[in-house]
Design a protein around this ligand. Structure first.
Ligand code: SF4
Ligand code: SF4
Length: 311
């Protein structure tokens, strides 16, 4: 069964497959509320195309990240693999319950998801039955957690997305990572164009949402010189130095769409996940990633616009 699952997963675009026995989870873990019969959690990891990040790295194309690295992965590629594996499990008499991130549902009551419009998020609705995606991925052996909370995989570093299938089939476990990739260099923190990650690696979701969407004008080719003209601290915002609250974040986000709006509530990333990219460049330079490419990801010095052009 394990071999069949791995083959089917690979044939449907999965790059990394891992199996966590239910004994790795505490009794009050949401997986047991969702499906008490769970015996194994199957983790499926999918690479995000490295080339897609290069568009934002070069400042040449932005929307491909949102469509091809977020929306199509979450809505098409990943569910297709989940469904095919789940159907095969059910064909063999087991129960299979796919678990994908619902990008618009959050367990927290005061948080947001930078990848979707803040007013399209449903908060505090399913707190008891939302699995912890990052920690479940670690338990499945898909990777380790980096300082800023991203999953780091041996092949693709942080350039990976993931989802799960709960099943009552008992399948031999994958070993969990012994952390070896993140060296606490702090480059993910300093790379954020909006200071959204504190010194301990904690990401402020509202600060992230504002700068993920492009509030830093020195890194946003679409921002007009008079952006945020009715806001007193506009230069602070544009410099990436404004500290936001949920309320001020919403005000900034309401005025931030200098780029064509995204479809289906997915917002265009203007920061290009700079935290993950910097981490990737660091891991690649150290030579610790197993997947090798013919040329390095970073080809030239990082570009930026002069803050004076917004004065
Ligand atoms: S950039 Fe450095 S500190 Fe941050 S997650 Fe990567 S390796 Fe860890
Ligand atoms: S670099 Fe982008 S995705 Fe990462 S924390 Fe900052 S704003 Fe968020």
């Amino acid at each position: 069964m394990k071999k069949k699952i791995i083959e089917l997963a690979k044939a449907n675009g999965t790059d990394s497959v891992g199996f966590a026995p239910s004994t790795r989870f505490s009794e009050d873990d949401p997986i047991f509320k969702i499906m008490p019969e769970t015996k194994t959690v199957i983790g499926l990891g999918f690479r995000i195309l490295r080339g897609i990040y290069r568009g934002i790295e070069e400042g040449s194309t932005y929307y491909q990240y949102t469509t091809m690295a977020v929306e199509n992965m979450e809505e098409t590629v990943m569910p297709m693999a989940q469904l095919k594996i789940s159907m095969m499990l059910e064909e063999n008499g087991f129960i299979a319950l796919p678990q994908r991130r619902h990008q618009q549902i959050m367990a927290e009551t005061d948080s947001t998801n930078p990848e979707v419009a803040y007013d399209a998020v449903y908060r505090g609705k399913t707190a008891e039955t939302q699995i912890d995606f990052e920690h479940t991925a670690v338990k499945c052996g898909l990777g380790e957690l980096g300082l800023h909370g991203a999953l780091l995989n041996d092949d693709f570093g942080p350039m990976i997305r993931y989802c799960f299938i709960l099943t009552d089939a008992e399948i031999a476990a994958t070993e969990e990572y012994t952390p070896h990739l993140c060296d606490k260099c702090g480059k993910c923190i300093s790379a954020c164009p909006g200071g959204a990650i504190d010194e301990n690696g904690k990401v402020d979701p509202w600060q992230c949402a504002v700068y993920y969407n492009g509030a830093n004008g020195t890194r946003n080719p679409f921002m007009p010189p008079d952006a945020f003209s009715d806001m007193d601290n506009r230069l602070e915002i544009i410099a990436g130095e404004a500290k936001v609250t949920p309320d001020t974040a919403k005000k900034i986000l309401d005025k931030i769409y200098f780029y064509p709006p995204a479809q289906h509530a997915y917002q265009c990333s203007i920061c290009g996940r700079a935290c993950d990219v910097e981490c990737y460049v660091h891991l690649e330079e150290k030579g610790v990633l197993k997947k090798k490419y013919k040329t390095p990801f970073r080809k030239r010095e990082k570009w930026s616009f002069d803050l004076d052009s917004f004065k």
